[in-house]
Design a protein around this ligand. Structure first.
Ligand code: HEC
Length: 126
């Protein structure tokens, strides 16, 4: 093996180790939620969903030139994204979706959980 190849292999191994650790960390968070755990009572569109979307998403997803031509600035547009699966796909960073919020950290698990609950409840406009 040449020196270059060995270096490449070492880099690969190191990145795989990092990735594996990142996954492990995620799972640990799920198993042992941090104290002050997630309050999912009274999840509503106006009190929960809209504030999250307008803080983290609407800056890029409104008006002409919205990211991906997707507006997330009204109940209609947000519930449409929820119902076609794209909303959860992007915030959970699922493969096949562009991870959102773009170029920023993933939403915290509790926030994602609340959006899931709203969607499971049938995206009520409440
Ligand atoms: C900094 C700007 C920016 C922010 C903030 C942002 N987006 Fe995006 N979004 C984009 C752009 C640009 C695209 C077009 C695809 C791409 O470039 O990744 C996009 C694409 C999407 C898509 C389509 C993805 C696909 O794979 O088809 C959805 C759904 C979406 N964004 C939802 C969201 C949600 C929900 C949030 C908030 C949690 C958010 N975005 C925050 C810029 C942004």
């Amino acid at each position: 093996m040449t020196k270059m190849k060995r270096k490449g292999l070492l880099l690969l191994i190191i990145s795989v180790m990092f990735l594996a650790q990142a996954c492990y960390y995620d799972k640990e968070e799920e198993l042992y939620p941090p104290s002050g755990s997630c309050d999912t009572t009274n999840v509503t569109y106006s009190g929960t969903v809209f504030p999250v979307i307008s803080n983290s998403c609407t800056s890029c997803h409104t008006g002409i030139g919205a990211g991906g031509n997707i507006s997330l600035d009204s109940y209609e547009s947000i519930s449409a994204a929820a119902n076609n699966g794209s909303l959860l796909g992007v915030i959970r960073h699922e493969s096949g979706w562009s991870p959102m919020p773009k170029n920023a950290g993933k939403l915290d698990d509790c926030t994602i959980r609340k959006l899931e609950i709203w969607i499971n409840n049938g995206t009520p406009n409440n």
